[in-house]
Design a protein around this ligand. Structure first.
Ligand SMILES: Cc1cc2nc3c(=O)[nH]c(=O)nc-3n(C[C@H](O)[C@H](O)[C@H](O)COP(=O)(O)OP(=O)(O)OC[C@H]3O[C@@H](n4cnc5c(N)ncnc54)[C@H](O)[C@@H]3O)c2cc1C
Length: 348
């Protein structure tokens, strides 16, 4: 069957794009590699979110504050509203919205190749006027287009249960420490009074795996006692930290979300940008289909660059500095305010 749009990846970016285009009455196919939604993620969404949380999404905690620790464990508090969501339920709710809007999702169907006018996936072929690569940091669509692999941060996370009661369950905690998270940070996102998702991201500056660093933080650091509990739900993962790709549009193919490098290279947050970009991609595609002019999808790149170009460029500059300081707690202690978003110095 021919489709107006084929979306590769049913994460936030892909499902949002699919919803917008299907709501306009066009034939949309979504190919998802996994048999169900299971993107590895901590699920923190700041309330700058441009859409409501989808119905069916499980909220694990409401956040009012971010506490950022320096290496010497002095800290800064910053008021910031947000949610910690159970990520698979968030993605599934978005995917269900796409289906209710008329999109057809093929689960367990990884993209294998781009072929003339369509795609080959495990189990078949499909043809479409426009193709969207929303297949995450190591995008197969981007690599089939000959694009370079993006620079990535590598992550590990446990859902800890039965830990010492959290002093403030509406507070996300962020730890900067070169010994446990070189190039990144440790996050503690509460999911209850005695449970939290505790994870970290590191860059190539580290000499151990993210899993080893996380175990070391939980067993050996001065926080070990606080986080002694059942280590459940281990997940590894990766996210792009190289910033926005130069090209977002190649002929009839668009890249959206992490596949296009839209996660923030300092914080690693990518959900809001994926939703925003999915919305813009969807609306641009609808316009192109209405006018029967595929070349109009090029407008997507201009709009994204206007909206995300500047903030992501700033984060890339900060990332370069963080790369210089990330192996020294002395340097981190001194320079953290220039490097982390909750400090005024970051925005100066
Ligand atoms: C451990 C971790 C914690 C994070 N925590 C946060 C957080 O708290 N807050 C935040 O804002 N961001 C966080 N992020 C980043 C966030 O997860 C991403 O930026 C966001 O999910 C990007 O959405 P996306 O739709 O572009 O890509 P993804 O969510 O990665 O979705 C891509 C989809 O494409 C599918 N896919 C991949 N290859 C193929 C293929 N060949 N064929 C078909 N389908 C394919 C995947 O299975 C997946 O479903 C975290 C990332 C990690 C790794």
């Amino acid at each position: 069957m021919n489709h107006d749009l084929i979306v590769v990846g049913a994460g936030p970016a892909g499902s949002t794009t699919a919803t917008v285009v299907a709501q306009a009455g066009y034939r949309v196919l979504v190919l998802e590699r996994d048999p169900s939604c299971r993107s590895p993620c901590a699920g923190y969404i700041s309330s700058t979110i441009n859409t409501e949380l989808p119905e069916g999404c499980i909220i694990q905690s409401k956040i009012r504050k971010i506490r950022t620790y320096f290496p010497d464990l002095s800290f800064q508090d910053f008021r910031m509203n947000g949610f910690v969501v159970e990520r698979p339920s968030f993605d599934m709710a978005l995917a269900m919205k796409a289906e209710e809007s008329g999109a057809h999702i093929r689960w367990g169907s990884p993209l294998i190749d781009l072929i003339g006018g369509g795609v080959r996936f495990r189990g078949g072929e499909a043809y479409g006027k426009i193709i969207v690569g929303a297949d995450g940091v190591f995008s197969k669509v981007a690599s089939l287009l000959g694009k370079k692999t993006q620079r990535a941060a590598f992550c590990a996370q446990y859902h800890l249960r039965g830990i010492e009661p959290l002093p403030e369950p509406d507070t996300c905690e962020i730890f900067f420490d070169a010994d446990y998270a070189p190039g990144g940070y440790v996050w503690v996102y509460p999911t209850g009074h005695d449970s939290a998702k505790v994870g970290l991201g590191i860059t190539d500056a580290g000499s151990r795996s993210p899993h080893q660093y996380l175990d070391a933080f939980l067993s050996e650091s001065s926080m070990a006692e606080r986080f002694c509990g059942a280590r459940t739900g281990y997940i590894p993962g990766a996210l792009p930290i190289g910033g926005l790709r130069r090209g977002l549009c190649y002929g009839n193919v668009l890249l959206v979300g992490d596949s296009a490098g839209m996660a923030d290279p300092i914080t690693g947050a990518g959900i809001n940008n994926a939703l925003l970009a999915g919305e813009i991609a969807g609306k641009t595609i609808v316009k192109a289909l209405e006018n029967d002019d595929v070349t109009m999808i090029r407008q997507y790149g201009d709009r994204i660059n206007r909206l995300l170009g500047r903030p992501l460029t700033r984060s890339i500059e900060k990332r370069k500095k963080l790369d210089r300081y990330c192996n020294s707690n002395e340097l981190l202690q001194r320079h953290l305010p220039e490097l982390w978003v909750t400090f005024r110095e970051y925005w100066a």
